[in-house]
Design a protein around this ligand. Structure first.
Ligand SMILES: [Zn+2]
Length: 297
């Protein structure tokens, strides 16, 4: 018999969850959860989700218990200025704690996110603090993927590609717990984003071919490199010729792309810069489709 998993998607509808840095928790939760579902379904797991669109759901636990899943996962984004992923499990430990540990290990491995550990939280009656864990019959966990109000931490899930990777990482942990061997997807070369519509724009910037002299370059010893490059900034064009477009700031997953991309904000994370494939998206809220990926410069 096929294994079953219930995925609860935190918040939704008129309840945005945590809001910071231009993000709403409910939106990030949903992209992660849909990706987690797809990965589980690809491995033959029957999945029921609390929601698949932006709606508020009040009877998630009831529907979860009626579905009788083997495992139950509640997906959230944290707030409070911390750093890293944390996962809550049933205070009695057991299968819930095992699931929590496997999922957190997978997230750390797949996304490069740092771990705050697995934990239990009790209420004043000594039972589980969170209703999802307290009232769900199946082994249940709450995954708090990253902190929305910590700019460095939310960078791990602030693009659609990264959110999808987080979903896959959670799924891999669940699969391991269910004893289902992971199968790599057949097509890995396909880029996750649609091809950009290339429009000819009147050139307003300096021609890219002529090296621009750096403004007040720091005095450095003459190096083998031809010139000191100016610091990367938002809107800078980056030409990739079969270059690597990384899915995340820290992970090794990348697709090979040729084309012009634009630095989203000129902020380096792990030596990589976020890029968008459409110039009019530069500086816009870096959510879902605004960001194509990360390039190393
Ligand atoms: Zn939440």
């Amino acid at each position: 018999m096929a294994k079953r998993a219930f995925i609860s998607v935190g918040h939704g509808g008129d309840d945005p969850g945590a809001v910071a840095n231009g993000f709403k928790e409910k939106d990030i939760n949903l992209v992660i959860a849909l990706s987690c579902r797809d990965e589980l379904v690809r491995h033959g797991v029957e999945v029921l989700m609390s929601r698949e669109t932006d709606v508020r759901v009040l009877d998630a636990v009831k529907r979860c218990n009626a579905f009788k899943p083997d495992r139950a996962i509640d997906i959230h984004i944290n707030a409070g200025g911390g750093d890293g992923v944390e996962i809550f499990y049933h205070y009695l430990g057991g299968a819930s704690k095992t699931l929590a540990q496997l999922v957190i290990d997978s997230i750390v491995k797949e996304t490069g996110q740092n771990s705050r550990g697995v934990k239990a939280k009790r209420n004043s009656q000594g039972k589980d603090y969170y209703a999802f864990i307290r009232e769900t019959a199946a082994p249940a966990i709450i995954v708090e993927c990253a902190f929305i109000d910590n700019k460095k931490d939310i960078a791990i899930v602030d693009t659609a590609a990264e959110q999808k990777l987080m979903g896959v990482a959670i799924a891999k942990g669940v699969l391991k717990d269910l004893g289902i061997p992971y199968k790599a997807p057949v097509k890995v070369e396909q880029a996750p984003t649609a091809k950009p519509e290339v429009k000819e724009e009147p050139k307003t910037e300096a021609p890219a071919k002529k090296p621009t002299p750096a403004p007040a370059p720091a005095p450095v010893a003459p190096a083998a490199k031809p010139a000191t490059k100016p610091a990367p900034k938002a809107g800078d064009a980056v030409k990739l010729n079969k270059g690597k477009l990384y899915t995340t700031a820290r992970g090794s997953v990348a697709v090979t792309r040729t084309g012009t991309f634009y630095l989203y904000d000129g902020v380096a994370v792990n030596g990589r810069y976020r890029v968008t494939n459409a110039k009019n998206r530069v500086g816009k809220t870096p959510i879902v489709l605004n960001v194509s990926g990360w390039v190393k410069m």
